[in-house]
Ligand binder design. Structure first.
Ligand code: SAH
Ligand code: DHB
Ligand code: MG
Length: 227
């Protein structure tokens, strides 16, 4: 099995199941043109996230790590008419491009991109009592995933779904001695999730156009914002 084959199969799947979408394509094209790293979710992963959010009936979505807004557009497309999405991004230039991409997709009034370090912005969301969110996508710097999970829980309710991207990283996640601080961050995330009695969780390994990685899914069974 090779990267070439995973990419070819993604093309096959996407060709059949994902109709061409000009605003999603434009988000990617503009991101490449602006020199952003090509680390957004793949198209079929984006649709998978959107379908999860829709199955969840999510009206309020929180995203950590906007980049050019590609996953953001997918998630926003899952919202009902009165829904809203807040996305957090550290790099002002990325946030600016994401806002333009979201506006072109018709989501200027649905999505708020907040600029800053996600940990600071999350603290503010907690202080502002901005929760609860129905669906939370963690995709910012991997070093802080454990802290992001703690904050996400504070912004959750019973039934909130938390998805974390990049939790396998070519399988390096099983190495307890890895020198990679990103992988260490993901391992701390798993350990915290495993030790948290108020959630139930799983993770799925994935292959595709962006290599071998995985998603974690955490469902909150008891949150601080329960009725
Ligand atoms: N969710 C996007 C990809 C996000 S890539 C998609 O799939 O389309 C990760 C993003 O997290 C990058 O844009 C990076 O700038 C941002 N990031 C990294 N560290 C951060 C931090 N401490 N706070 C907020 N955002 C951060
Ligand atoms: C990378 C991939 C991601 O999906 C992400 O969110 C951050 C970084 C990467 O491959 O470096
Ligand atoms: Mg990611």
């Amino acid at each position: 099995m090779s990267q070439e084959q995973w990419t070819a199969v993604d093309h096959y799947i996407n060709g059949l199941l994902l109709p061409p979408n000009a605003v999603l394509d434009a988000a990617l094209t503009s991101s490449v043109a602006a020199g952003l790293p090509a680390i957004s979710v793949t198209p079929n992963q984006g649709k998978f996230l959107a379908m999860l959010a829709q199955v969840q009936g999510a009206r309020r979505i929180l995203e950590l790590g906007t980049l050019g807004g590609y996953s953001t557009i997918w998630l926003a497309s899952a919202l009902p008419a009165n829904g809203c999405l807040i996305s957090l991004e550290a790099v002002p230039e990325y946030a600016e491009l994401a806002r333009a991409n979201l506006a072109r997709a018709g989501f200027a009034d649905v999505v708020e991109v907040r600029v800053g370090l996600a940990l600071d912005l999350l603290e503010r969301l907690v202080a502002e009592r901005c929760g609860p969110f129905d669906f939370i996508f963690i995709d910012a710097d991997k070093e802080n995933y454990a802290d992001y999970f703690v904050c996400a829980l504070k912004l959750a309710r019973r039934g909130t779904v938390i998805i974390a991207d990049n939790v396998v990283r070519d399988g390096t996640v099983i190495d307890p001695n890895t020198p990679d601080p990103r992988v260490q961050g993901v391992r701390r995330f798993y350990e915290l999730v495993a030790a948290e009695p108020r959630v139930t969780a799983t993770a799925i390994q994935t292959v595709g156009g962006k290599g071998y990685d995985g998603f974690a899914m955490v469902m909150v069974s008891e949150g601080p914002n329960d009725e």
